[in-house]
Design a protein around this ligand. Sequence first.
Ligand code: TYM
Length: 326
Amino acid sequence: KEVVFSAIQPSGTITLGNYLGAVRNWVTMQNEYDCIYALADLHTITVRQTPAVMRKNIIDAYASIMACGIDVEKSLFFIQSHVHTHAELAWALSCYTQFGELSRMTQFKDKSAKHADNINAGLFTYPVLMAADILLYQADKVPVGADQKQHIEITRNIAERFNGIYGNVFKIPDGFIPKNGARVMSLQDPTRKMSKSDENVNGCVHLLDTPEVIMKKFKRAVTDSEAKVRYAEGKDGVNNLMAIYSAVTGLSYEQIEKDFDGKGYGDFKTAVGEAVVEELRPIRERYEKLVADKAYLESCYRKADEIALKISSRTMGKVMKKIGFI
Ligand code: TYM
């Protein structure tokens, strides 16, 4: 079976964007692949965290992702900081990564503009740690949203460079980006991606929002003055709602346009909101049960951490030997 690897930062609550862009595919891929997933908590400290909040976020994110349908009997779901090979391989690979190529990463440019008071070295080398995550498990496919495309590209470049020097050490991974939902935009500013750190709370739908809150956010979503449900350039708000609706219901854009022909945006927003509410309802219910059982959650990640260490140590050992460490 091919190996799938992906990870998510536990830097706040999981969003509808995370779910439609990535986590939903993590769930479906479990039946076909050997799946390995991680909470990328080492990546999270590239932005300053409050310790108590960070501890809570990690547990909440672990429970949320499990609630989405990750089956720990089928897949590995571990915590990155518990598996020391990640930081080790990141260091080694950083010596095979050029300053220039990291400087071209658009996420680094965006984040350093946003956190101008804390442009730390970890923020800069962030893609190297991500490459280490993926390459340690010899992953074939990496299910992510469109915003991670450049990071997958640099992972491939680093791996090819390393293989070019030492022979075939790493499998070259492919990104797996969904046709629908790869780039969910803010409901308040549909030219920007939906993000946990949106200043406008109405722009971002969280996985654990109540049905009332979800409906309110969709009803307030920014649209345009044409009052016609159709997918077209310049209709960013409507395009985004159509993309979300299509991702959740499986309906094509043509079908959606037909179904809402002659109807106003009010009806459409209500339909999108209701579809999202129904998609997220079982997740929130499972989350409530899971998060109440901390001992069970701990037993799940301890078991996965141990297996992840075993698997990743094989690659790490090979890397050390190839480089020339004794
Ligand atoms: P993170 O935590 O920002 O996001 C997790 C996943 O959600 C996707 N995503 C979106 N998809 C669609 N629309 C959006 N608005 C949206 N926002 C986020 C992301 O593309 C991602 O797939 N660097 C990664 C975490 C990571 C990782 C890895 C991923 C660490 N190591 C190894 C893959 C493989 C990140 O910050 O994702």
